[in-house]
Structure formats: structure tokens, C-alpha cells
Design a protein around this ligand. Structure first.
Ligand code: C5P
Length: 302
């Protein structure tokens, strides 16, 4: 076990992702419903004169930057700046969430680093202050702090918790080669300019909300929506072949900007059968997870 304060934050799915108009700042107005799932990023933080990070994981981490572009480093720097701490931090990140997979892995690194450094430096920043720092780091970072199930509006960073009932069983299929979130949004803008209209759907939002509040997976399966899905499939056509396996699940949905595919399943037996069917068809590496799980938290105190 690496040394230092140990924090953990979950990856997420968007069970609903309605992408509205592009704003002047380049971000799109969202109505999204996040659910945190049982794939985690672990971060250890130790005092050090400067800021550095090492990265390992059960997923391919070869494309993760370890310089100032790394979101865990950015998070640690932000906490130091906020409290006037003159030292740095040596961070270690262990990833389970696929990199560039549409599951908020980098955001979870940042959220875990925020709470780790808050404890490391005894900064005592409260939930609101941490949320404000998180929103500066990226649109999905506040949700990685909060966890559970939540509605996100604005950039996706204005959150209202949803007391979802029960437990939802998912099979995640990570795909080789990630998709860049800005590229997926830019392609959506292109597709919309050539006629694919945005259609707000408040009734569908309500439907998803009711399904979650009731813990009704089959109702959720019928109502899930992701406006980035068609874009992700256009950029990575092999997603369509994998999604066809949803005849062995309740439903499937590309997660966030993709390319990870989330299959909503009934139980562990259905998950297991789906995972082996996917593997036999040339889609290895699927994982059975569940939601909702807690947001970023410290697992050991100093
Ligand atoms: O905030 P974050 O760095 O995670 O966002 C990555 C990119 O995703 C943004 O630069 C933007 O291109 C796109 N995005 C968006 N609208 C959102 C969230 C993200 O266009 N609500």
C-alpha cells in the first residue's frame, strides 16, 4: 500500500444526458443524471516540497499525463493555493476507471486528490468550498465529490442529489482507444449544424427520475438517453456491434462522451452471461459493477 493520506472516488455513468445549446464559453447546457458506480480511483497524498504524481492501474494508463496537465496535480495545487500552503504534494494514483472512457476517471482523480489534500494539510474546507474548487477543475469533478445519483444542470456541475432506491446492476464494456470529450462535443455541434436538431424532453427527464426514485430498473431501461451516443458511434463504428449485445440485457447506453458502453442488467447471473457472450464475440474485458456508491472520501486519516 502506498504511503500517505488515502482517498477514493468513483467513476460515473450518465443514465440520462440531454445536451442543450452551446454557450458562449464553449460549454453546452446539460440536463444530465449521473450515477456513481463501483469502479474507483485511489489517490495517496504525501507532503513534498514540489508537486508530482505517479500513475498505475488495472486499466491502460499510458496516455495519462504526469505533468501540470494531470488533474490530480491541478487539484492539489488548487487546495494549496486556496489555503496558502507553501509546500507541495507527492501523489500516487491507482486507476480502475477506463482512461478517456466517458466515465469521469480524470474527474474522480481530481476529486480524490481534493479530499486527500484537504486532510493532508488539515485544511478543513467544507463541502461547498470543495465543490467550488471542483467546478474549476472540470464539469464532472463536483459529481465525483458528491457521488450517489444526482441531477446535473448548467455544465453538469450544478447538482441536486436524487435519493435513488435500491441497487442498479451494470456491465461496463471499456473499448480500446478512448474518445476525446471536446472532440465528441464538437462533432455533435457539426451534426446539429447539418440538421440533427436538439429536442428538449422534460417528460423523459421526469420518467428517468421516477424510475430511479422507485428503484425500477426496467422502467429506467426504457427511458435512458444520451445525446452523445450517436456521435460516439459515428466516431467509433464498432460500438454499434457491441451494443447489439443489449438483447441479453435490459438496455445499453454509451457512457458520457464514450466509448465505454454500460449495459443495465437484471442480476449477477445476467451480468456473467453477458460478459462471456461479449468476450466470445471479440469484446473482452467487460466488468460487472453496481450503483449508486458514495462520492470521494478519505479512507485513512493522517
Ligand atoms: O470541464 P471538462 O474539462 O471536463 O470538459 C471537457 C470538454 O467537454 C470541454 O472543453 C467542452 O468541450 C466539453 N463540454 C461541453 N459542455 C459541457 C461539459 C463539457 O461542451 N457541459
Amino acid at each position: 500500500m502506498p504511503a500517505g493520506v488515502h482517498a477514493r472516488a468513483p467513476g460515473k455513468l450518465n443514465v440520462y444526458l440531454e445536451v442543450g445549446e452551446r454557450q458562449d464559453d464553449g460549454y453546452h447546457d446539460l440536463h444530465t443524471i449521473f450515477q456513481a458506480v463501483s469502479l474507483y480511483q485511489d489517490v495517496w497524498a504525501q507532503d513534498d516540497p514540489s508537486f508530482s504524481v505517479t500513475v498505475e492501474g488495472s486499466v491502460d494508463t499510458s496516455t495519462v499525463p504526469t505533468d501540470a496537465r494531470n488533474l490530480a496535480i491541478a487539484a492539489a495545487k488548487l487546495v494549496a493555493e486556496r489555503i496558502g500552503h507553501s509546500g507541495g504534494a507527492r501523489l500516487h494514483v491507482r486507476k480502475q476507471v477506463p482512461v478517456a472512457g466517458g466515465m469521469g476517471g480524470g474527474s474522480a482523480d481530481a476529486a480524490a486528490a481534493l479530499v486527500a489534500c484537504n486532510a493532508l494539510w488539515d485544511a478543513r474546507l467544507g463541502a461547498q468550498e470543495l465543490h467550488a474548487l471542483a467546478a474549476q477543475l472540470g464539469a464532472d469533478v463536483p459529481f465525483a465529490l458528491l457521488g450517489g445519483t444526482a441531477l446535473g444542470t448548467g455544465r453538469g456541475d450544478q447538482l441536486s442529489p436524487i435519493p435513488a432506491k435500491g441497487r442498479f446492476e451494470w456491465v461496463l464494456l471499456p473499448m480500446q482507444g478512448g474518445l476525446s470529450t471536446p472532440a465528441v462535443y464538437a462533432k455533435l455541434d457539426d451534426m446539429r449544424e447539418s440538421g440533427a436538431d436538439y429536442r428538449p424532453d422534460p417528460a423523459a427527464r421526469e420518467g428517468v427520475l421516477s424510475a430511479l426514485l422507485a428503484g425500477d430498473a426496467s422502467a429506467l431501461a426504457e427511458q435512458m438517453r444520451n445525446d452523445l451516443q450517436a456521435v460516439a458511434v459515428a466516431l467509433m463504428p464498432k460500438l454499434a456491434g457491441a451494443r447489439a449485445h443489449d438483447r441479453h440485457a435490459r438496455a445499453s447506453l454509451v457512457s458520457g462522451s464514450g466509448p465505454t458502453i454500460a449495459f443495465l442488467v437484471a442480476d449477477a447471473a445476467e451480468a456473467e452471461a453477458l460478459i462471456s457472450g461479449l468476450s466470445d464475440d471479440g469484446y473482452p474485458g467487460a466488468l460487472h459493477v453496481h450503483g449508486a456508491v458514495a462520492g470521494a472520501r478519505v479512507l485513512n486519516e493522517k
